[in-house]
Structures are given as structure tokens and as C-alpha cells.
Design a protein around this ligand. Structure first.
Ligand code: CA
Ligand code: CA
Ligand code: CA
Length: 417
């Protein structure tokens, strides 16, 4: 009898564990390798920012979702990148490793009103060049640089090393998913519980390359975080929405129920607002939502959102269609192309955890270093013609963006789009 009860207990425990992760099954794709969750649990054990046992149910970032499920979702739906050529030339400012950049950056203070930055802060970074090496110095030389101790946007600014603006080679980015991080948080969509899956990609320099009146640099800035985000419906068991961040606005696409017959193929999906030639993005951004999207269908039938990466500015567009232009004084200036005609690849799965965890409970050291910083990821902070409403100022980090989903609460006050 005792033995029977024990077996019953085991059966129930096993059932509970299955139910816990069952809602992450994608019913439009093949079943995943059952060993994958165990392999991810070992990766978490090896790479977590603190001791942990390799256990599939562990929730180090405290959001109620097993961390193995979060990492599995980030890997399963990792995006497909299409970089863009400009005048026949490939992207010159390729993906960059934010931790390596941080290690070679100085900490400064941005003057208000776009009036430059201070000298390197005394006592921050190593002797001589003030580089934040090791990068943990960012949070020890000053204690109010972190969103944990000071949960609002600060005037701190990293001065990235100019010689590192171009990032890594395309071959390296394609092999290592350089600069790609993410997090997953609980969310609701259409009244259903959902997993919000966010990808954040770092570049060390944004080159808008607009040249007007002899000035070739406005719109340019150090540091660039771009993002594409997905909602996985836990009741419908599939992806239901994609959000692309483009020039501080969001393009959304409602993903229909869809199981294409092909594998290792790219499909075009038209939405209810389908229009192959929508008006200027800045005049009518809503014409870009529910218009069209592309997905790469992998050999297990999982959908990977395809992003057309604007040359220089790295905005993630849903396709090569559409255009953006701005008025600069009397002139009408086209922004860089997002034609997707440069290098393109499915972002790889690597041995590195992509999940950063959450701000209050980072999963990895890289996640802590990236998510905590409450200042600007660059020191370009100059007054010039205002093109995008924020001069040449460098961007805030992922968690200070309004589209960052915080478990159980809304975005930070002062968040940016
Ligand atoms: Ca978790
Ligand atoms: Ca610099
Ligand atoms: Ca999470």
C-alpha cells in the first residue's frame, strides 16, 4: 500500500510538472526534443549569476515562469535577420557585444539640453583611461547607476570607445548571435494569458548618414538598442502577435492561425491592412500595422519573425516595403533603406543563455550588467537640428524602454519609445 501511494504520488507529481510546461507547446509545430529542457537546465546551472541546481522548475528571475521555459521560447522563436545595403555597400555598424563595449567604456554625465558630457567620473574605472574594466565597476564606483537602487532614468552616460563602433564581423555575429539578449515575462493578450518574448539587439553606433547643408552626422549617436517582441498565447498555444520597434514607434502584426506545408522556407503573411505601398511612415505609422509580415519556417515548423534591418539606424522593419522621410527645414530627407539585400541569416542557437532574467532578479551576469544601467548607452549628446525629437542623444537601455514588460507592473516613469 505504501508502495502504491508512493507510485501514485510520483504519477501526480509528474503530471503537475507536465501541466506546468504544457501551455508552452506550439500546436502549429512539431514536438520538441524532450531532452531540451534538461539541457537548458544545465546551461542555467552553469551560467546563472549565483549557485543553482539543474532543475527544470527553477525560477531564478522570480516571474512565475520556469526559467527553462523562458530560455526555450527565446531559442525557439529567435528572429531571422536581413541587413540592408546602402548604395551597394553592406551595413558598416554591425552587431556589437554590449559587455565588451562596457568594459572599454568610461562613465560620464550627460549635460541637460544636449550640451555634451562631463569628463570621465573620478574614481570610476581603471587608472589611466577610466575604462570600466571589470564592467561591474559601473555599479560599484557609484551606487545610483542601477535601476535597482535608483529606478528612474539618470544622466549617466557611457562613453563608448570610438574604435569599436563597427562591432564584430558578420561571420562572427552569425556564429555567436553577438549582442542579442532577451527576456520573457507573463502577459495578457486578447483576454488570454500569454508569454511576452522580447529580443533586444545591441549595436555600438547608429549611423543615420543623413547629409544636409554640409552636416553629415545628425541622427548619428553612440549605442543602439533595437527590438522585436512576440506574444505566445498560452490558451491558443501559438504565436499571436509581433511588435517591431521602428524609430520610437511600434508596428504590430496580428499573426493568424497558420501551418504552412513548407519547411526551411520564408512565407509572406498579409494582414487586414495590406497595402504594398503605404504612405510615409512618419505621416501615418498605423498604416504599417497589420499590413504584412514575413516568417522563416524552420525544419520543425516553428515561425521566426523576419526583420528587415534599416541600414545604419538598425530599425527592425517587418518587410522591405514602405518608406520613411523627414522634413529638415525646407528639405525632405529620405531615411536609410531597409531593403534586406545585405547579409541575412537565422540568428543561431548558441551555448550562451539569451535570457537576461528580470531587473530585480537577473539570471546571468550579462543580464545584470545590461538591465541595471539607468543612464544612456553612449556619450553623443550634442545640439544639432532635431530630426527625431531627441537630437543625437544616445538611447537608454532595454528596461527603460516603454515596451519592456515588467512582471506584475507597468513601465517605469520616464520610459522611452
Ligand atoms: Ca522565470
Ligand atoms: Ca566615444
Ligand atoms: Ca523572465
Amino acid at each position: 500500500m505504501v508502495r502504491f501511494r508512493y507510485l501514485l504520488f510520483l504519477a501526480l507529481a509528474s503530471c503537475a510538472a507536465t501541466l506546468e510546461t504544457n501551455d508552452a507547446v506550439d500546436e502549429e509545430a512539431d514536438a520538441e526534443d524532450p531532452g531540451q529542457a534538461d539541457a537548458i537546465a544545465v546551461m542555467i546551472q552553469d551560467q546563472a549569476d549565483g549557485p543553482v541546481v539543474a532543475e527544470k522548475s527553477v525560477d531564478l528571475d522570480g516571474d512565475g515562469i520556469p526559467d527553462t521555459v523562458e530560455e526555450m521560447l527565446l531559442r525557439r522563436y529567435r528572429p531571422y535577420y536581413r541587413f540592408s545595403k546602402q548604395d551597394g555597400d553592406d551595413e558598416q555598424y554591425r552587431p556589437a557585444d554590449p559587455i565588451a563595449q562596457l568594459t572599454n567604456a568610461q562613465l560620464r554625465i550627460a549635460a541637460k539640453g544636449g550640451d555634451g558630457t562631463s569628463d570621465p567620473i573620478a574614481g570610476c574605472g581603471r587608472a589611466g583611461d577610466h575604462h570600466l574594466d571589470p564592467p561591474d565597476a559601473l555599479y560599484t564606483c557609484r551606487t545610483d547607476t542601477s535601476l535597482v537602487t535608483s529606478p528612474h532614468k539618470s544622466n549617466y552616460a557611457l562613453n563608448l570607445e570610438n574604435a569599436r563602433y563597427h562591432g564584430v564581423s558578420f561571420a562572427e555575429a552569425q556564429a555567436n548571435a553577438t549582442g542579442l539578449y532577451g527576456h520573457v515575462a507573463p502577459a495578457t493578450i486578447n483576454g488570454h494569458s500569454a508569454y511576452k518574448i522580447e529580443y533586444w539587439q545591441f549595436f555600438a553606433f547608429n549611423n543615420q548618414d543623413i547629409s544636409v547643408l554640409g552636416m553629415g552626422s545628425f541622427g548619428d549617436h553612440e549605442g543602439d538598442w533595437t527590438s522585436v517582441q512576440l506574444w505566445f498565447d498560452r490558451e491558443l498555444h501559438r504565436l499571436v502577435e509581433a511588435r517591431y520597434l521602428v524609430h520610437a514607434k511600434a508596428i504590430t502584426f496580428t499573426i493568424p492561425s497558420l501551418t504552412p506545408s513548407c519547411r526551411n522556407c520564408t512565407i509572406n503573411v498579409k494582414g487586414p491592412n495590406y497595402d504594398p505601398d503605404p504612405p510615409n511612415f512618419f505621416d501615418k505609422p498605423e498604416a504599417y500595422s497589420d499590413n504584412q509580415a514575413q516568417f522563416f519556417i524552420d525544419d520543425q515548423h516553428f515561425k521566426h519573425v523576419v526583420v528587415y534591418i534599416e541600414n545604419g539606424a538598425h530599425e527592425f522593419w517587418p518587410g522591405p516595403w514602405g518608406h520613411a522621410h523627414v522634413n529638415v527645414g525646407p528639405l525632405d530627407v529620405d531615411l536609410n533603406p531597409h531593403n534586406g539585400s545585405g547579409p541575412s541569416y537565422l540568428v543561431p542557437e548558441t551555448t550562451r543563455l539569451y535570457n537576461m532574467g528580470e531587473v530585480e532578479h537577473p539570471l546571468t551576469r550579462a543580464g545584470r550588467l545590461i538591465m541595471w544601467f539607468n543612464g544612456f548607452w553612449g556619450s553623443t549628446n550634442t545640439k544639432e537640428l532635431v530630426v527625431f525629437g531627441k537630437q543625437r542623444r544616445s538611447p537608454v537601455g532595454p528596461a527603460l524602454h516603454c515596451s519592456w514588460t515588467w512582471p506584475g507592473r507597468g513601465p517605469l516613469p520616464g520610459c522611452e519609445h
